[in-house]
Design a protein around this ligand. Structure first.
Ligand SMILES: Nc1ncnc2c1ncn2[C@@H]1O[C@H](COP(=O)(O)OP(=O)(O)O)[C@@H](O)[C@H]1O
Ligand SMILES: [Mg+2]
Length: 370
């Protein structure tokens, strides 16, 4: 925290306030910023040093709801909270949603008129949603694996018995039926293997994510007409990642194949990579996270299906298995990451988030971009 005043009582609370996740701003009677903590600097995208004694309404010129609340705070003696306030930020042009609590201080201290607390809601909603997503996916995974094992065991016996029967049949025509049993048993076997996912524990290695993406791009393009375009928007400074190459290829491939099917081989897929600092996946906050966006301009995922696309067996295609995304989520999860999706007609975006930093703690600092 950088106090814009030398008031002693505030000074002594600096470290406490600076460690709060809630943004705290202190204003005087003219609504000039006299103090803001670290969380407020981050949230508003301003530096305490640089704003001097500027007025908060001038720092956030488009935040009219906040302006009204501040005026009200100056005239009434009770604390109040304005929920789900939209706050347009001038520095980034973005709009965030906050719960804003105003506490009049005039009766406590002459220098300060108002205490402003801002709690960003979007961030909390995102974390909560991811937690429940991860829990759901874990439960589904356990269920599917259990089911797959139960199906797999009797299948072998079924197939073996059909083969024996086939040999004993007096009549060639009847073999058509045993053929069907064997063929369908094989099909089920394949499906079950698919549901169980890759079984061998593969080795982790340092890898460049762009090699993974280029591999998938080549695979898909080799098998598509020229009307399908795959554009790249790579950040070449992204450090190497510790991971299992085959698994990451499979995860990305499943998502790109879906995009291609949705586009019916006519449209554009964009592969985009970025490094993101200070990002929370599930409950863990990571210093550096790799973000891969796979964006297509196809028809989008129907609204009623969006919440379930990562579940196994959920498919919108007649010949689909509904396993592609569930497997991608599992594989990325094994890397400590997460797959997210948002979709509207004309733009569907799948985002893979993979932690980078943890593998590099104490590692070679040259891998960390500046
Ligand atoms: N990029 C996309 N655009 C539109 N729909 C999609 C997209 N990706 C996935 N879907 C929908 O999600 C469903 C589930 O995908 P997936 O788990 O890979 O199973 P499958 O491809 O076997 O159907 C698809 O059937 C499709 O309806
Ligand atoms: Mg698929």
């Amino acid at each position: 925290m950088k106090p814009t005043t030398d008031y002693q009582g505030i000074d002594s609370c600096q470290s406490i306030l600076d460690n709060l996740a809630t943004a705290v701003v202190l204003l005087d009677r003219e609504l000039r910023v006299r103090y803001l903590n670290n969380a407020a600097e981050t949230l508003l995208g301003v530096s305490a040093k640089r704003i001097g004694g500027q007025r908060l309404p001038d720092l956030l010129p488009r935040a009219e709801v906040l302006h009204q609340a501040l005026e009200r705070g100056l005239t009434q003696p009770q604390q109040f909270t304005k929920r789900e306030m939209e706050l347009p930020l001038p520095t980034t042009g973005k709009q965030i949603t906050v719960d804003c609590t105003l506490t009049p201080l005039a009766h406590v201290n002459e220098d300060y008129a108002l205490l402003v607390e801002l709690q960003q809601l979007d961030r909390m909603l995102r974390i909560a949603r991811e937690e429940s997503l991860l829990a759901q996916q874990h439960a589904m995974k356990v269920l599917v694996r259990g089911l797959a094992h139960e199906v797999k065991n009797p299948l072998g016996g079924l197939r073996g018995a059909a083969q024996l029967l086939e040999r004993e049949l007096p009549n060639e025509e009847l073999k058509e039926y045993t053929g069907i049993i064997i063929g369908e048993a094989d099909r089920l076997q394949k499906l079950v293997d698919h549901m169980l996912g890759p079984s061998r524990r593969s080795e982790q290695q340092k890898l460049n994510i762009h090699e993974v993406l280029e591999h998938v791009r080549r695979l898909v393009l080799a098998d598509s007409p020229p009307s399908l375009r795959i554009q790249r928007d790579y950040d070449p400074s992204i450090p190497e990642l510790l991971g299992v190459k085959d698994q990451l290829i499979q995860a990305v491939l499943n998502i790109v194949q879906n995009a291609r099917q949705a586009l019916q081989d006519d449209g554009t897929i964009v592969l985009k990579t970025r490094a993101q600092r200070q990002f929370t996946i599930g409950q863990t906050r990571h210093r550096l996270v790799l973000r891969i966006d796979i964006i297509d301009n196809g028809p989008g995922i129907p609204k009623e299906m969006q919440a379930q696309v990562f579940y196994p067996m959920v498919t919108g295609r007649a010949e689909g298995t509904g396993l592609g995304l569930s497997i991608a989520q599992t594989l990325v999860g094994q890397h400590g990451g997460l797959v997210e999706c948002k979709s509207e007609p004309g733009r569907t975006q799948f985002t893979l988030l993979l932690p980078l930093r943890d593998h590099y703690e104490g590692g070679n600092p040259q891998h960390v971009p500046h």
